[in-house]
Write a protein that binds this ligand. Structure first.
Ligand code: SAM
Length: 195
């Protein structure tokens, strides 16, 4: 029962469970402290050696934090399913192998919790990264975004993500938004399902 959950990221994880299968290739475009990356490894790993999580963050510090968190939570075999890249997510199509068919690209926008709040995702680069994600997602896949609307940059970024999703063709995409009506500053989820 996903809507009873309070945290937006928990809701996103519940949706991913309906989309991602063991053996899939997925991308975490904003690794941060690694909570989303861990949830993704749990979905793609298992018996299959094929599952891959390509994790990206622009900050080395964030990837160190992700790596440490994953190291505490996963066994050596599960760790082999993750590859981390200290890069801007606008480069995501270059990071993922050309022949990989990608089931999910996840964005959890904003700044690194516990880190430098000045280093945050930005509308212009987020838009380029969404376009790149759209080009590598296979039919049946999902672009998942969590957008923080409680601060001015976040509000602008939300408008950008919403406009991007609204402009995708209805022939190829089903796009929806989940917003807490009685918590107007709570993060908003925007999902773009590729048909
Ligand atoms: N998913 C994370 C977790 O589970 O802990 C939280 C992500 S945090 C809200 C947003 C992250 O986006 C920060 O770690 C930040 O460094 C990263 N970021 C900001 N701009 C970026 C960019 N252009 N490319 C990739 N990552 C970026």
């Amino acid at each position: 029962y996903i809507f009873g959950r309070r945290k937006a990221t928990d809701v996103a994880h519940s949706v991913w469970k309906h989309v991602v299968r063991e053996g899939d290739t997925v991308v975490d475009a904003t690794c941060g402290n690694g909570h989303d990356t861990l949830a993704l490894v749990k979905l793609v790993a298992g018996e299959s050696a094929r599952g891959r999580v390509y994790g990206i963050d622009i900050q080395e510090d964030a990837l160190r934090s992700t790596s440490c968190f994953l190291g505490q939570s996963l066994g050596t075999q599960e760790m082999e399913h993750v590859k981390l890249f200290p890069k801007c997510h606008t480069k995501l199509a270059e990071i993922v192998p050309e022949d990989a068919s990608v089931r999910l690209v996840a964005f959890n926008l904003g700044y690194l919790p516990g880190g430098d709040k000045a280093i945050t995702t930005r509308s212009e680069t987020t838009l380029l990264a969404l376009e790149a994600a759209g080009s590598i997602i296979k039919p049946g896949g999902l672009i998942s975004t969590v957008v923080y609307v409680g601060h001015p940059n976040g509000r602008e970024e939300f408008e950008t993500v919403q406009a991007f999703a609204s402009g995708l063709s209805t022939e190829n995409w089903v796009c929806c938004k989940l917003q807490m009506l009685n918590r107007p500053l709570a993060p908003v989820l925007i999902f773009m399902f590729k048909r």
